[in-house]
Design a protein around this ligand. Sequence first.
Ligand SMILES: *[C@@H]1O[C@H](CO)[C@@H](O)[C@H](O)[C@H]1NC(C)=O
Ligand SMILES: *[C@@H]1O[C@H](CO)[C@@H](O)[C@H](O)[C@H]1NC(C)=O
Length: 491
Amino acid sequence: MGSMLRIAIVSANILLALFIFQNGFLLKRQEISATSSCSDAHAQPGETCWMSQQYNRTILILVDALRYDFLIPLDKPKSSESPEWFYQGQMKEVGKLIKSGKASIGTLLADPPTTTLQRLKALTTGTLPTFIDAGDNFSPDAAVNEDSFIYQAAQLGKNVTLFGDDTWLSLFPNKFSKSAAYDSFDINDLNSVDDKIAPKLEEEVKYSESSSIIIAHFLGVDHCGHKFGPSHPVMADTLRKMDRIISKTVESMKPTDLLIVIGDHGMTSTGDHGGESDNEIRAGILVHSKKHEIQLPKTSIHQIDIVPTISLLMGLPIPFSNLGTVIVEMFQRDLWEMAVGMNYEQVKRFAETYASQKNFGELHSHTARDSNTMEEQIKTMSRIQTLLRVAWTQFDDAYINVGLFSLIEAVFFLITNEEMSAGWIIYRTGCALLQAALLTDKTDSDGSARTMILMALAVSCLSSTISLAHRALRISLNSIVSARVIGKKKE
Ligand SMILES: *[C@@H]1O[C@H](CO)[C@@H](O)[C@H](O)[C@H]1NC(C)=O
Ligand SMILES: *[C@@H]1O[C@H](CO)[C@@H](O)[C@H](O)[C@H]1NC(C)=O
């Protein structure tokens, strides 16, 4: 009976210690399921929803692993020995578009982990990643529960067409009015998906008017990276093929269409991705429209900034949990203030909701004061984004320490093999309750629960040490005594 109780209590202690420990490691972003609606913002005069639709269609070409430097129209390196030979300056048609000023390119910064599933979520919801999700890359039913521009488009009765990777269908079940999606897990198969979707994209762009958003996800560059790395003749072929697809799309586009070509992440010099090195987080972006000449900013754009930009340009509400900032350069000058204002109100709405629903009081200092000028609003959004990025991606040392110390203490307690007295039961139960309290009250902002646990644990460790020392002393005394006894017997 006593030993059962002992095992039960110590097991509880160890389990709680492990939970506390993991709490320090896992990223803690919690999803908010609220969605934006047309009535959330004061609509532009004469509009029923936030802002008037600027383009009839947005064509979003997602080139998996399109690193920023693949797009830059540099001259080919002099020597075929150089590693850049196979990927620099391969996209000739794109180069012509850029040089003639018809298209503009920039750098799109992805948040790590740079895995495709995480990037697709960020690119549609405007949120930052959670670490637990990194394992979900292969889980079949990873439907996006948060608000996204795809949900918003479907909600407003606008058609969204998808060509490409079937991951999209599991992320957004029943949200696409038309789709041609294929399995993408065979990285040895470089071309079959791309070859199937390229003619479909061309046909859709040329002849169909029914979709407001067309998404085409090409996989060849990523698969080639995984198989051969970027410095390989096959990469040159694949990039030239993407170049043809992009220039064909540009030719087929109507004057009221907007083309956005982006990479979801980059790749290392060996063709891998997932981490946070410069080459992995720097993806490329290209925009083109016949209606307006767009000049992207020279500074890096955050990947999630795509989300509010596409939303407002297409006359949709910005997704509720978005943290991105509109790329004003993609709007006409007279719309900048309005776009930023709507974006600011939305980010503020999200921050206030997150602060109150998830006990994250630090956000209030940023939402309490109203920012009135465009510059201030952009700064406030960026501060909120930074605060949450840091909070969601930092390891929490306090939790890790308490968890580790709790674990050591429990093990220490086990090896002392002390009798379970009533006092000990009360003490250990108390410890477990304190640990549980620390787990449920995640904020513990003044750290009182942590301090109390650490003090209690220290006392217990001290007591275990004394008891161990006591036992060791007793054993050695006993052996001395028995040695004497044996010695005496021999005499
Ligand atoms: C764009 O959409 C409007 C309204 O739906 C339509 O009248 C117009 O013809 C479209 N323009 C083009 C070029 O498709
Ligand atoms: C959406 O697509 C369907 C058929 O695919 C079409 O009947 C409908 O008119 C489209 N809706 C819009 C808003 O274009």
